[in-house]
Design a protein around this ligand. Structure first.
Ligand code: SAH
Length: 388
């Protein structure tokens, strides 16, 4: 077989479980997996594959450290450890973002900016995060370091920006804690506005460092189009966009709805969502910061019932609290977007026991070369007596 990229880092990195498999075979595997999990609920539509399965990741995260010869290295953590596998060019990451990571690595010794040393505990820089708006070309660089004081900041910024003029913002994120979470709570904007903008489904979105943004823009447009089609909007509905991030799905749906309400836990993302409504002149969308389950319970208490719920929870799936309140609120349609099929299946079992019927299951390949599957599901309350 030809044209199957083989990455030299694959063994140690572990990020691409489908390394060496032809793209058509990857899609067939994902389809079979989705059918095994969901065909008992409803027929599973053929997976929507990517036109460009390489270099699709618009967000790159590189861990920084030193090797045994005390040379600076950057790359990914080996699965289950903090040993860094040096990676300069990844087959699924954006190439400009990868070049920026390498350029930063080269700048550090020149400007005497120290890298954090996990074994000895000294140093400064821990991670670099780069995000690129694929439609706008705008770049965000986030330096994650142990303190807000940066050596040779001015020289660093001018050299980096001269090499990459599309950089729109540089942010210093302070994270003194050690654990799986890359970003700390404090951001210091070193250059620009602290966010970038991108365009999705014809709308502009501003995205801040800690806000979630789908990492595969081309596939994301297909996913959102499907989600909005599944919502079956006619212009009269109140739509709840639960787990809304920077408001992307809800704002894309707003033109076809009476009103959209978004709820999201991350305050930075909610601020972006509010700004995004304004940026696009959307006047029928509101956003609230908080836990989706608590918000849904509040709607139920106040007798505010959405007609359609669009939900897109994190990998852990939705909480029982949210699902129970959802069943009692009884919206006529629910569109569930999921990046974790196992928790989706668990939640679909709860929703179907609560009276919902799964009408359509659409897998979308958001993560080529990896085993991850994104799925969008349409559920309806049609003709069913809901257990209120
Ligand atoms: N729909 C958005 C974001 C999906 S990611 C998009 O397509 O871009 C899931 C989002 O759920 C994240 O933004 C995360 O911050 C948020 N989240 C996680 N737990 C939550 C909770 N309990 N209540 C509300 N939002 C939550």
């Amino acid at each position: 077989m030809k044209n199957i990229p083989v990455c030299p880092h694959a063994k140690l990195c572990g990020g691409c479980q489908y390394q060496g498999l032809a793209y058509a075979e990857q899609l067939a595997k994902k389809q079979a997996q989705a059918e095994a999990l969901f065909s008992s609920f409803a027929p599973v539509s053929p997976i929507l594959g990517a036109d460009e399965p390489l270099h699709y990741r618009n967000k790159v995260h590189a861990a920084f450290g030193c090797d045994r010869q005390r040379r600076i290295i950057s790359g990914v953590y080996q699965p289950g450890s903090h040993a860094i596998v040096p990676v300069d060019d990844c087959l699924i990451e954006d190439e400009t973002a990868d070049r920026i990571v390498c350029a930063i690595r080269a700048l550090l010794p020149k400007l005497k900016i120290p890298v954090y040393d996990e074994r000895r505990g000294g140093g400064w820089l821990r991670h670099v995060l780069v995000r690129r708006g694929f439609a706008t070309g705008e770049l965000m660089v986030v330096l994650v370091a142990v303190s807000p004081v940066m050596k040779n900041q001015k020289a660093f910024l001018s050299e980096l920006r001269a090499a990459f003029p599309a950089i729109r913002t540089v942010v210093l994120n302070v994270n003194e804690r050690f654990g799986p979470v890359v970003l700390g709570p404090k951001n210091k904007v070193l250059y620009g506005d602290g966010y970038i903008e991108d365009i999705l489904c014809g709308l502009r979105f501003r995205i801040s460092p800690s806000a979630f943004y789908q990492i595969n823009s081309a596939q994301c447009e297909k996913l959102y189009a499907k989600a909005i089609e599944f919502a079956g909007l006619t212009g009269t509905e109140t739509v709840l966009d639960a787990y809304c991030g920077v408001g992307t799905i809800g704002l894309c749906a707003a033109a076809q709805a009476k009103q959209v309400i978004g709820v999201e836990l991350n305050r930075e993302a909610v601020r972006d969502a509010i700004a995004n409504a304004r940026l696009n002149g959307v006047k029928n969308a509101w956003f609230a910061a908080g836990d989706a389950g608590a918000y849904m319970e509040g709607m139920l208490r106040e007798g505010r019932r959405p007609d359609v719920v669009l939900m897109d929870p994190p990998r852990a799936g939705s909480e029982r609290r949210f699902l129970d309140a959802l069943i009692r609120c009884a919206p006529s349609r629910v569109v569930y977007v999921s990046c974790a099929p196992e928790t989706l299946r668990r939640d679909l079992e709860i929703l179907t026991r609560g009276g919902y019927r799964v009408e359509a299951v659409q897998p979308v390949d958001m993560f080529p070369y990896t085993e991850h599957i994104e799925t969008v599901v349409r559920l309806t309350a049609d003709g069913k007596k809901l257990h209120l």
